[in-house]
Design a protein around this ligand. Structure first.
Ligand SMILES: Nc1ncnc2c1ncn2[C@@H]1O[C@H](COP(=O)(O)OP(=O)(O)OP(=O)(O)O)[C@@H](O)[C@H]1O
Length: 242
């Protein structure tokens, strides 16, 4: 596999189609996902955004097309948490699951993984609540805990479906800061979002409508223009697998 370079895309989709019975949710999508960048996917309800990010996450197999992921690790934070209400999991337990990606499932965390859990809790301002049962959290607190799970994974491809939806202004700002820190360290971050503040900070804005990408523009980004990432190169040279 060729080495990962700054300009090779972290993920590349070609001709992606996803059909649900009689609904074509995604209809022939090509997309290169840039490293060191926040890509925000926008579009009306039902335009296929969540389905597309699920394909990028490997959580949904497309009906047609190819997915090439060139990342050491990817983390996906879906819109709704698949955390069983009756399991007696604390906030910390939920975040530890993210760190298992570093040490192996059910394994004791080493010092580095414990630090990753503590850092992730701090970055989403959930340290004080780390012993709370996850099931007792509010919607916004759950969202922050799940983002911490994604951060603890240390992924270089981070996929977030509506990460600021249920959040108050201060919490949403915290999440935007965490995303900016991730892109600064080289992570390719893809968010589905309707949040104007987050969209304004995108490096790339991808517009979807009825399952298709109808536009892809550079966004304003957070950084100075001179620091903006260049668009990813052609597919050539992208290695497969994780
Ligand atoms: N599991 C499923 N079974 C059947 N149809 C589905 C399923 N998931 C999504 N769809 C359909 O696929 C289309 C795209 O849905 P998707 O959730 O990807 O859109 P979206 O752009 O993320 O919408 P929103 O902004 O409302 O979250 C919609 O018509 C939806 O009804």
């Amino acid at each position: 596999m060729p080495p990962i370079t700054r300009l090779s895309p972290a993920a590349a989709l070609r001709g992606i189609r996803v059909d649900f019975d009689d609904t074509r949710a995604v209809d022939g999508v090509d997309l290169d996902v840039a490293r060191h960048a926040l890509t925000v996917v926008v579009g009306p309800n039902g335009s296929g955004k969540s389905t597309l990010i699920e394909v990028l996450a490997g959580a949904r197999t497309p009906s047609a097309g190819t997915v090439v992921v060139d990342a050491r690790a990817r983390a996906f934070v879906p819109q709704r948490a698949a955390v069983a209400e009756r399991l007696p999991l604390t906030v910390r337990d939920v975040v530890v699951v993210g760190a298992w990606g570093r040490v192996g499932a059910m394994r004791r965390l080493d010092r580095e993984a414990r630090t990753a859990v503590d850092d992730a809790l701090r970055r989403v301002d959930m340290t004080a609540l780390h012993r709370r049962p996850f099931a007792t959290l509010s919607g916004g607190q759950r969202q922050r805990a799940l983002l911490a799970q994604g951060l603890a994974r240390g992924a270089d491809l981070l996929l977030l479906d509506e990460p600021t939806t249920a959040l108050d202004a201060a919490s949403a700002a915290l999440i935007r800061d965490a995303i900016a820190d991730e892109t600064a360290r080289g992570t390719a971050v893809v968010c589905v979002s309707h949040d104007d503040r987050l969209i304004a900070e995108a490096d790339v804005v991808v517009r979807m409508e009825t399952g298709r990408i109808i536009g892809q523009e550079p966004g304003r980004g957070r950084r100075k223009k001179s620091e903006k990432p260049r668009s990813p190169g052609a597919l050539a040279g992208v290695g497969g697998g994780e």
